[in-house]
Design a protein around this ligand. Structure first.
Ligand SMILES: [Zn+2]
Ligand SMILES: [Zn+2]
Length: 625
């Protein structure tokens, strides 16, 4: 038989050869380092036979960052974890143990509950297994045999898995531990160079709360200790930046089950919110937008007209109203369509740019909520531009430039993605050819690099999505610019053209921050809570050294009235109050005591730098921030 290698060369092998046989035929070093076969995007255990003409790539321990190579390594480590737990905790029943993004887990039913401190002990046991070395054996058996084997061991979860499995049953054995598993697995444990068990959690068998609660042990593994170290450092950094933690530490907002996924904004959080709102208003005004406000609740018939009812119904909150139903708006578009349609428009009125930032609600269903990053109460910096076909390109340029301006302000770099017609699209292919072409042209003519997401457009039109990469290298979707030829027609919108005939306008939907909730969540993590001076909820804090200096401290605060200044006159030591200002990440702290006066102020910048400045110098300095 022949198989095809990545360089398109053919490799001749005896019939029935496996991936490992192929690796051996190429070279002993490759065979030793081989971890997995990848073929047309799917993965295959090295021990499985290859097919005539199959295209194969053999992944090795050198592909240490490859997601598939990491997957097989982590899956194998999960089996080592199960072996270790069974040895240390006799009577433990094992459930499932898959690899996941960034690691793996295994679910167990322990005879007695275990605590976090057990993780070290289990980790040591895994290290011992690694020092001894383990080899994986793969065998296919009948369901009956498998059932008997696991029933004898009292592994009721495995028996249930056998009963519900389809396809051949495979077992993987290392040492004296045998697991029911589809694989693929490593040849042996040599490539596993770094293992870390990271946490414990409760998890229901098969994710169903009516079932037994099991103990889930999370961990991760790498081909290289340095990769694990780097990963743990990133994790630590991400935790230190976690917006939910910082939201509490900086007293910005909280979430509560009284209103799931709907943040409570504290006074300091509102300062940031309002700064962003001011920025939005100022820039919209400068760029020819007009502000409007449309209702929150609409008759369901409106949502049928807009197309949302068919495509978006499950994500809407519905409210009964006498003998009909109203839908709480998840988007502003229908309101803006109705507003546009409320008067006869002329081509001279276009482009007409409606901006609105009223509250939207989206029913995200409990499980997927995440701090400010996934909420049910959404406030978009939304706008809809009603344009003639000739105005589309200019208008898209305007949106792209506006987006760049905003992201630059926050030191974030946007990536552009063009999403094209989805399966559930409204309208004809000709209409989509035109709208997709218009977005492509605009991006090309602006010289913007972009990737294409086939089939990921909105149901009414293609879109340009703006993604930002934060300082930790994580990618977030922010703004979106969508070109729509469907909704205006569905609402029968018209304008009188220069030719004295009626035409349907195009609509550009766009939001650049995305939602304010989400954007603030991202900003908190982006800045690790240390907001730039203009956004900081408290910009300057004055700390009177002793009781005698309180009046003067307040006087100073008043004289700096153009800034957000507060005075910390609590009966705490100066050291404690300085530390608290650091925890709150306040940009400028002024200590005011016996020696201080307008001529000489003790100024402490965020980060610890200290200087003595006169009030005039301080003002000059603050103006540069
Ligand atoms: Zn497995
Ligand atoms: Zn819209």
């Amino acid at each position: 038989m022949k198989v095809v290698l990545p360089d398109n060369s053919e490799l001749e092998l005896p019939d029935g050869s496996t991936g490992l046989d192929a690796a051996r035929a190429i070279g002993p070093k490759l065979a030793e380092q081989a971890v997995l076969v990848r073929s047309n995007g799917s993965v295959q255990d090295l021990r499985q036979p290859l097919q005539e003409g199959q295209e194969i790539q053999i992944l090795t321990t050198r592909d240490k960052q490859d997601p598939d190579a990491l997957y097989v390594l982590r899956h194998s480590t999960a089996h080592l974890l199960a072996e270790a737990v069974r040895r240390l905790y006799p009577g433990t029943k094992i459930a499932i143990g898959p690899p996941i993004e960034n690691g793996f887990y295994y679910d167990f039913e322990f005879p007695e509950p275990i605590g976090e401190e057990a993780l070290n002990r289990i980790e040591d046991e895994i290290d011992r297994e690694l020092a001894e070395g383990r080899t994986w054996n793969r065998e296919e058996i009948s369901a009956e045999e498998a059932r008997r084997l696991f029933a004898e061991q009292g592994e009721e979860y495995k028996v249930e898995l056998v009963d519900t499995a389809d396809g051949p049953i495979t077992l993987y054995t290392q040492g004296d531990f045998t697991d029911l598993c589809r694989g693929p697995h490593l040849q042996d444990s040599t490539p596993i160079k770094a293992v870390k068990l990271t946490s414990l959690a409760g998890a229901y068998w098969r994710g169903d709360e009516h079932n037994t609660q099991l103990t889930r042990i999370y961990g991760t593994a790498f081909y290289d200790q340095a990769d694990l170290d780097a990963y743990l450092q990133r994790l630590e950094e991400a935790q230190a930046r976690d917006h939910r933690r910082l939201g509490t530490q900086l007293d910005l907002f909280h979430l509560s089950d009284h209103a799931p996924g709907m943040p409570f904004w504290h006074p300091k959080g509102m300062v940031i919110w309002n700064e962003l709102e001011d920025l939005r208003r100022r820039e919209n005004l400068r760029r020819g937008y007009v502000e409007v406000k449309t209702p929150l609740l609409y008759d369901v018939a409106t949502w049928v007209t807009s197309g949302h009812w068919e495509k978006f119904k499950d994500e809407m909150f519905i409210v009964p109203y006498s003998d009909r139903e109203l839908g709480l708006k998840p988007m502003n578009c229908p309101g803006h369509m109705l507003l546009f349609g409320s008067a006869l428009r002329s081509y001279r009125d276009l482009p007409l740019r409606y901006a609105e930032s009223s509250t939207l609600h989206r029913n995200e269903r409990g499980g997927t909520l995440h701090g400010l990053l996934r909420v049910q109460h959404v406030t978009q910096d939304d706008a809809h531009m009603f344009v003639t076909p000739e105005q589309i390109e200019e208008e898209i340029f305007g949106c792209l430039d506006y987006a760049s301006y905003l992201y630059d302000l926050f030191g974030m770099e946007a990536r552009f993605e063009l999403s094209t017609r989805p399966d559930n699209k409204l309208g004809t292919d000709e209409e989509w050819d035109f709208t997709e072409g218009a977005l492509r042209n605009a991006l090309d003519r602006r010289g913007i690099e972009y990737t294409v997401n086939e089939g990921d457009g909105a149901f009414y039109g293609p879109k340009i999505d703006l993604h930002m990469t934060d300082v930790l290298g994580r990618s977030w979707q922010m703004g979106t610019i969508q070109l729509d030829s469907q909704m205006p027609a569905r609402f029968e919108l018209r304008y009188m053209g220069e030719d004295n005939a009626e035409h349907t306008p195009y609509v550009i939907h766009r939001a650049l921050f995305g939602s304010l909730e989400r954007f603030i969540g991202i900003l908190i993590e982006h800045y690790a809570g240390a907001f730039p001076f203009w956004l900081a909820p408290v910009q300057v804090r004055v700390i009177p050294i002793g009781e005698a200096h309180r009046a003067q401290a307040h006087e100073l605060a008043e004289r700096l009235g153009e800034y957000r200044v507060d005075v910390d006159e609590r009966n705490e030591t100066v050291g404690k109050r300085i530390r608290d200002a650091e925890v709150e990440k306040i940009p400028v702290v002024i200590l005011f005591g016996e020696k201080e006066s307008d001529e000489s102020l003790a100024v402490r910048e965020r980060g610890g730098e200290q200087s003595t400045r006169s009030l005039a110098e301080l003002r000059e300095y603050l103006a540069t921030l």
